[in-house]
Design a protein around this ligand. Structure first.
Ligand code: GLN
Length: 555
């Protein structure tokens, strides 16, 4: 039977609850257990798909096409189990489901209430995420509850997991609470009071944590840990110090050395071999000992918040590790590039244009793609980055000077990028979009496979078939593909089902490394192997750097 670990957070948000949960998952996995992670988000949006990356950070996409919280990205990078739609749900989804049941009459005329109807629904969703009672059941499901204890919003979730632990019976569930221990410089002291209060709040709701993960900017000395233990009724070995670390990949080791995995296994009566952290130690070594450094310009819109491109940053770092290089990423706001000179991109070893939505800054991205094509610096365009590379090529090489995407110019004369409904119209006229359409879940989402043309750069990276995840609405318009091909653009992969353009590239005789992909490869990168496309891109950047310095030495 599946056992559960519920992870809550206290004092403030952004303490790294996702990383802590994922690290615990990794530790339990290294003990030979089958583990999954589930994230509960206490907001009313049905999913984060329609939320701005400024508000919520990146939207992570699973193989089965769910738009989820970015913590699921951490989960997939830390543990082996792949995330599915059922691994993340929101208050919005719970209420949607409860209200549908109410309309169908499933509650048989009863008054529908937060307790028990909403809390029961939450428990059902948690069990579904864990595959509870099915053949997909995991040994341990770690359930991370978003928000901070004391929030009105997350209260039904906390109540639901309290009830669930009671229903499951003794030793079937453990509670871990992440808290903050601030260093007060003026007093020269670490303060435990916020932790005392947050645990009090938790105990008021009926939850006694088994372990406290105490986040601080430094290690917490034993006398402070004793004090916390005494005031919170958590055994001393359950008061775990979680200081800031040089790399997130060190966190599993930090938690293991203080016995967190042992404590959880004890509590859940799980008998396992000891944890083996060799591969994590190797990872930390690789991160801290790069042999070279490579500098990549990321030309995007949401550059203010690195969370907006979380998986992408990680994928580039993984590829760096694979190439024994430190990847330094400089975020360039594409909107500034519209008025400023593009020559500022000269100092980089490669240029990357990531995914994005909306018109703002798009001409700057087109300028960046042009600069990369003309100066032969390695270019990787992801999703929107592929679309702008295609528009750029159409305008400046294929003679389609009006080329654009209907996303930015709905009535444009040469819509080389457009919605399928626009370019598939039978009499050849461009249909206008339905402005009232429901924005949630109308995109091409999740994993799809395409065939890769032999002899292409893409083929040398992926082999004959590529399966990657998608999140977009617009596609390269078939009506212009022949013209683009004739002008020298290589369409190196088409989807198996609908023959949609998946990868475009320049022939290697023309440009050493120029590629645009309609999918989001960053979602599948792991620290263990990196990702073939990013590994190749970072290698191309390193080769470019070498070639440049040899050239400088000669001249
Ligand atoms: N806005 C583009 C589209 O919807 C690209 C989306 C993306 O980059 N994720 O097709």
């Amino acid at each position: 039977m599946t056992k559960f670990v519920f992870v809550t957070g206290g004092v403030v948000s952004s303490l790294g609850k996702g990383i802590a949960s994922a690290s615990l998952g990794a530790l339990l996995e290294s003990r030979g257990l089958k583990v999954t992670l589930i994230k509960l988000d206490p907001y009313l949006n049905v999913d984060p798909g329609t939320m701005s990356p400024f508000q919520h950070g990146e939207v992570f996409v699973t193989d089965d096409g769910a738009e989820t919280d970015l913590d699921l990205g951490h989960y997939e990078r830390f543990i082996e189990t792949r995330m599915k739609k059922a691994n993340n749900f929101t208050t919005g989804q719970i209420y949607k489901s409860v209200l549908e049941k109410e309309r169908r009459g499933d509650y048989l005329g009863k008054t529908v209430q937060v307790i028990p109807h909403v809390t029961n629904e939450i428990q059902d969703f948690i069990k579904r995420g864990a595959g509870y009672g099915t053949e997909d059941a995991v040994d341990v499901a770690i359930v991370e509850i978003g928000g901070t204890i004391g929030d009105i919003e997350s209260l039904p979730f906390v109540e639901a997991v309290r009830q669930l632990s009671l229903r499951l019976g003794p030793n079937q569930a453990a509670f871990v609470h992440l808290t903050y221990v601030p260093w007060i410089a003026a007093a020269g002291e670490l303060k435990t009071k916020p932790t005392q209060h947050t645990v009090q709040k938790l105990r008021e709701i009926g939850i006694q944590p088994d372990a406290l993960l105490c986040r601080a900017d430094r290690a917490i000395p034993d006398d402070e840990r004793e004090k916390i233990s005494l005031f919170t009724n958590v055994a001393l070995w359950g008061v775990i110090s979680m200081p800031d670390v040089d790399t997130i990949y060190r966190v599993p080791r930090v938690l293991h050395e203080q016995g967190l995995d042992g404590l959880i296994c004890d509590k859940l009566r799980l008998n396992t071999p000891p944890a083996n952290l060799k591969r994590w130690d190797n990872l930390v070594h690789e991160v801290l000992n790069p042999q070279r450094e490579v500098s990549i310009a990321m030309v995007g819109k949401y550059v203010d918040l690195s969370d907006s491109y979380k998986s992408l940053n990680e994928a580039l770092r993984h590829a760096g590790m694979k190439n024994h290089a430190k990847v330094s990423i400089t975020y360039i706001d594409s909107e500034n590039l519209e008025s400023e000179t593009v020559e500022q991109l000269e100092r980089f070893d490669a240029i990357l244009v990531p995914g994005g939505f909306g018109k703002r800054g798009v001409e700057g991205k087109i300028k960046a793609a042009r600069f990369a094509r003309e100066t032969k610096v390695p270019y990787l365009g992801i999703c929107l980055g592929m679309q702008v590379a295609t528009i750029e090529f159409a305008r400046h090489v294929a003679g389609l000077t009006q080329a654009n995407s209907t996303e930015f110019e709905p009535e444009g004369a040469q819509p080389v990028i457009a919605l399928i409904t626009e370019w598939k119209d039978e009499d050849g006229t461009i249909k206008t979009r339905d402005e009232n359409s429901d924005l949630g879940g109308t995109m091409r989402l999740g994993a799809q496979s395409s065939d890769v043309a032999p002899g292409t750069l893409a083929h040398s990276i992926y082999g004959p078939v590529v399966t990657e995840r998608h999140r977009h609405r617009y596609e390269a318009n078939v009506a212009y593909l022949d013209q683009l091909r004739k002008a020298g653009l290589v369409i190196s992969a088409l989807t198996q089902r609908e023959h949609l353009t998946e990868i475009v590239e320049l022939p290697q005789a023309v440009h050493p490394w120029f590629m645009g992909v309609q999918f989001h490869p960053e979602f599948k990168s792991t620290p263990w192997d990196g990702h073939p496309l990013f590994n190749a891109f970072v290698k191309a950047a390193l080769d470019h750097q070498t070639a440049q310095s040899t050239q400088k030495a000669v001249t």
